[in-house]
Design a protein. Structure first.
Length: 127
């Protein structure tokens, strides 16, 4: 099976120990992460616990900490580290000539059902 790859950016366009978000025609964004050792991973920008934006989390080692609830998610497999449970979808990454590529098929068809959680109504202070 051949895979068509979509150019995303140069590795150096992703901050070291940071992320970049990739919009898709359908579905939530994909977060592309770069570790301190320049490894690159891609996950759906969606925490397995309440859907927080992983792209805004802190990257450490080969993990990212969800910015909302501090869950630790493995970048290689999308799995929450114990004692937390759950996973977020992983996207294949290819590096070539300093460029970062994602599978075009996965961008178009993978993990389309997740939705961003909606904030509840604001509460007014009672006096």
């Amino acid at each position: 099976m051949t895979t068509d790859w979509t150019y995303i950016c140069q590795v150096n366009d992703i901050p070291r120990q940071g992320a970049r978000r990739v919009a898709r025609a359908q579905g939530l964004e994909v977060a592309v992460f770069r570790t301190g050792q320049d490894a690159v991973y891609a996950l759906l920008d969606y925490s397995p616990y309440k859907g927080g934006p992983l792209s805004q989390g802190m990257v450490f080692g080969n993990n990212v900490a969800c910015p909302l609830h501090n869950w630790t998610i493995g970048l290689a497999d999308g799995q929450a580290l114990a004692p937390d449970e759950g996973s977020t979808p992983v996207f294949r990454v290819q590096l070539q000539g300093g460029g970062v590529y994602l599978s075009a098929d996965e961008l178009a068809h993978h993990a389309l059902t997740q939705k961003r959680p909606l904030a509840g109504p604001a509460r007014r202070a009672t006096t």
